[in-house]
Ligand binder design. Structure first.
Ligand code: NAI
Length: 465
């Protein structure tokens, strides 16, 4: 006999779960959420939000170093890393409280504890105060997210070998750090630690950093990080990680040559694994593929009435993708016919400096797809606003279908790249062509003019370059 009944029970309150819960409530459904950590999940508490606060600190520290350039003389100053972490915790706490507020506003019940499925409509919640049984009359949504992966045989102790979870909580910084993996986590933390004076080495197994980005974006970022004093090594296989007294030894294979690097700390940034253990999925017949829950276009799993959203379903492990999936699941459960998530039009954003953002296909992928492409580029050195800001590193690149003008992909390295990308996200949703972008007046002076100019360049009509 269930203690309480709801229309929908959502397990996990990260961006996928909390958005799904709110949308369900908006559509008139009675909703309970279950959370074994803090409301807001990894994104708000240990991921996206606190790291953005830390990156802002890093940016300010770098601006202090550049004070002369702006004609500002600063006396003695000190950047206190512990205070940067404390600030990021306050930011995260504030955002997590925001989720609790939204739950109250939408009359969503929040239960603290570990949720698992006892049947397709019964959720058990093991909390500090005991066990509670919830009935989900219409559906259960799994939104349990992911956790950092490690390399085989390497334990993350959050002291010498840390993950992003440990990094956002640790108020001390090491003298030296080896970052394993040059994806978003690796590059964002490399940026923060370098700004605070840490000797950083980034190791990437693939031939380039941010390997999912366009090759030109990877090359530019590798160059700029190197200039800032980060040692970037690509095409490097990590063979062994051995924590010792006061330092960690990292044995690598660099094109057949064995080498051992030592650093005070290692940051493991080799990806994340879906959290599915202990949910009782196998027994119910929920199908999985390589550790990820398989879902259809409405986010329903192989078991009717059990839905899954966010990192637990894999594909791109991004908060905004999770939110979009949460909306689709909620609307499907409420009996609507939601438009499925367009996985080909999800912006990818890395908040290192300069920022990197992209949407759609890289130039190489477009060509591999058999498209004849026209490419337009515009460097921020030729953009008035960027020059005025003193942020001229980077470029904006548009890849279009030569015949139709369809915008196949956009790649940005530069100031506010993660904001600029949305012009093209909307454009692609509306199936805009190059012609439509160039007939849109872009205010002057703005960074957005780079979008216009790169689009003009793809048509051979750039004015300012
Ligand atoms: P990731 O999968 O994006 O990158 C991991 C990198 O590690 C890859 O480039 C991979 O080639 C490399 N790697 C794997 N094994 C290695 C080895 N043995 N030696 C050297 N390199 C190795 O994973 P990451 O950066 O940990 O992020 C996890 C997830 O979280 C990703 O899906 C990412 O997109 C997401 N995320 C997104 C952020 C954003 O949007 N700004 C920020 C942080 C994470």
């Amino acid at each position: 006999m269930a203690n309480q009944g709801f229309d929908v029970v959502v397990i996990g309150t990260g961006p996928g779960g909390y958005v799904a819960a709110i949308r369900c409530a908006q559509l008139g459904l009675a909703v309970a959420t279950v959370e074994d950590d803090r409301p807001g999940g990894v994104c708000l508490n240990w991921g996206c939000i606190p790291t953005k606060a830390l990156l802002r600190n890093a940016e300010i520290v770098d601006l202090f170093h550049r004070a002369d350039e702006f004609g500002i003389t600063v006396g003695e100053w000190r950047a206190d890393y512990a205070q940067a972490i404390q600030r990021s915790r306050r930011v995260a706490d504030r955002m997590a409280k925001g989720v609790e507020f939204l739950f109250r506003k939408n009359k969503i019940t929040l239960l603290a504890g570990v949720g698992s499925l006892k049947s397709k409509s019964i959720v058990e919640v093991k909390g500090k105060g005991g066990v509670e049984i919830l009935e989900a009359r219409r559906a259960v949504i799994l939104a349990t997210g992911s956790e950092p992966k490690s390399l085989p045989g390497v334990a993350i102790d959050e002291t010498q070998v840390i993950s992003s979870n440990g990094a956002v909580r640790t108020e001390t910084r090491p003298a030296s750090l080896v970052v394993i993996g040059a994806g978003a986590v690796g590059m964002e933390f490399a940026d923060v630690y370098r700004a605070y004076g840490v000797e950083v080495t980034v190791l990437e197994a693939l031939p380039r950093v941010l390997p999912l980005e366009d090759e030109e974006a990877s090359a530019q970022i590798a160059r700029l990080f190197t200039r800032r004093g980060v040692t970037v090594r690509t095409g490097v296989k990590v063979v062994k990680v051995t924590p010792g007294k006061g330092s960690v030894a990292v044995e690598i294979d660099a094109e057949g040559t064995r080498e051992t690097l030592t650093a005070a700390q290692v940051l493991m940034a080799v990806g994340r694994a879906a959290r599915t253990k202990g949910l009782g999925l196998e027994a119910l017949g929920v199908t999985m593929d390589r550790g990820l829950v398989t879902v259809g276009p409405t986010m329903e799993t192989a078991v009717k009435g059990i839905f899954a959203v966010g990192d637990v379903t894999g594909r791109q492990m991004l908060a905004h993708k999770a939110m979009a999936e949460g909306v689709v699941a909620a609307e499907a459960i409420a009996g609507r016919s939601p438009r499925p998530v367009d996985y080909g039009n999800v912006p990818s954003c890395t908040y290192c400096r300069p920022q990197v953002a992209s949407i759609g296909l890289s130039e190489a992928a477009a060509k591999a797809d058999g498209r004849e492409v026209s490419v337009g580029r515009f460097p921020f050195t030729a953009n008035g606003k960027a020059v005025a800001l003193g942020e001229t590193e980077g470029f904006l690149k548009v890849v279009a279908d030569k015949r139709t003008g369809e915008i196949l992909g956009v790649h940005i390295v530069g100031p506010e790249a993660t904001e600029l990308i949305h012009e093209f996200a909307v454009g692609r949703t509306l199936e805009a062509t190059l012609e439509e972008i160039i007939h849109t007046i872009h205010a002057h002076p703005t960074l957005s003019e780079a979008s216009l100019e790169a689009t003009l360049a793809a048509l051979g009509q750039a004015i300012h370059i």
